[in-house]
Design a protein around this ligand. Structure first.
Ligand SMILES: Cc1cc2nc3c(=O)[nH]c(=O)nc-3n(C[C@H](O)[C@H](O)[C@H](O)COP(=O)(O)O)c2cc1C
Length: 290
């Protein structure tokens, strides 16, 4: 397939990767068998977010379907760093594409430990830093505040020479200012958008949340035009590559994200409808423009 792209020194076969947390490559391999590896839907694989300690995630319900997508309140369940390295990494390292590991911590020390551990593993090609979470010490949302993010990156950047992608949150007044701070603090790339904070009302208990975790994050086609606006705003202000995502369902949507300034795109919610969406979108993208 044409459309090979260099992303932070990684040679990708095409510009379509998965969005963190939306494609379980280990489960998919159980369903599709070795055929999945022979024709893997994405040109790089991004792990779901891992944290230093294991997390159980939020109580159910965790998903609420909305017109044009979903609101999720999964709560980042994961085995924690040690569990990930022992149980998940061997399978994920066997995938036929570069592996990007997404990490998150609520204080710099945690993120430093995660990044150092990931940096030590040759199987991992790059690191994505999910900053959509509050700093438990200051209470400020790390990814919503340029100074918070700069302080975090000052601690984290020197700990790895692997490409460092900062995954920005859309839940901020000026995402481009945060992106500028990421670039100035040594990020090799930024990715956006993460989910938009959203609330699903309970059907019988007035004012109560439907989702077990309270609020959630909205994704899917309904957020695509918000994503395009944010990608374009960030592209005007930074020179580092952008991973564009948010509601991408087909080649035209991917093309629009690239035209807005993304270097590559990621597919998230669409993979729930069509687990092989990544390869379909890459094919559509490679076809001549009409
Ligand atoms: C069910 C679900 C789980 C997600 N889990 C993560 C996650 O673990 N880490 C992360 O950085 N983003 C996570 N995201 C956000 C996606 O990676 C992506 O940024 C967002 O969904 C927008 O893309 P989309 O509209 O194509 O889904 C999750 C999204 C969904 C729908």
């Amino acid at each position: 397939m044409s459309g090979a792209v260099d992303f932070c020194g990684l040679a990708l076969e095409h510009p379509v990767i998965n969005a963190s947390g939306t494609f379980d490559a280990i489960a998919a391999q159980r369903v599709f068998g070795d055929a999945l590896l022979a024709d893997f839907p994405f040109s790089a694989f991004v792990s779901k977010t891992i944290t230093l300690e294991p997390r159980a995630g939020n109580p159910p319900p965790r998903i609420y379907e909305v017109a044009g997508g979903m609101i999720n309140s999964i709560g980042l369940p994961n085995r924690g760093l040690a569990g990930y390295l022992e149980h998940d990494l061997p399978s994920l390292a066997a995938l036929p594409v570069p592996l990007i590991v997404n990490v998150m911590g609520s204080v710099a020390d945690e993120v430093v430990q995660l990044v150092e551990a990931v940096d030590a593993r040759a199987e991992i090609a790059a690191i994505e830093l999910n900053v959509s979470c509050p700093n438990v010490k200051t209470g400020l949302d790390i990814g919503a505040d340029p100074d918070e993010l700069a302080r975090l990156l000052a601690a984290v950047r020197p700990r790895t020479r692997k490409p460092l992608i900062v995954k920005l949150t859309p839940n901020t007044a000026d995402v481009a200012r945060v992106a500028v701070a990421a670039e100035a603090s040594g990020a090799d790339a930024v990715s956006l958008i993460n989910t938009l904070r959203a609330f699903a009302a309970h059907s019988t208990r007035p004012g109560a949340p439907w989702l077990g975790g309270g609020t959630g994050g909205q994704s899917g086609p309904a957020v695509r035009h918000v994503a395009l606006a944010q990608i374009a705003a960030v592209a005007r202000r930074v020179t580092i590559p952008i991973v564009g995502m948010g509601g991408i369902q087909n080649g035209r949507h991917a093309r629009e994200a690239l035209d807005a300034g993304a270097c590559i795109v990621a597919v998230g919610t669409e993979s729930f409808r069509d687990p092989l969406a990544g390869q379909r979108i890459a094919r559509e993208l490679a076809a001549p423009r009409v």
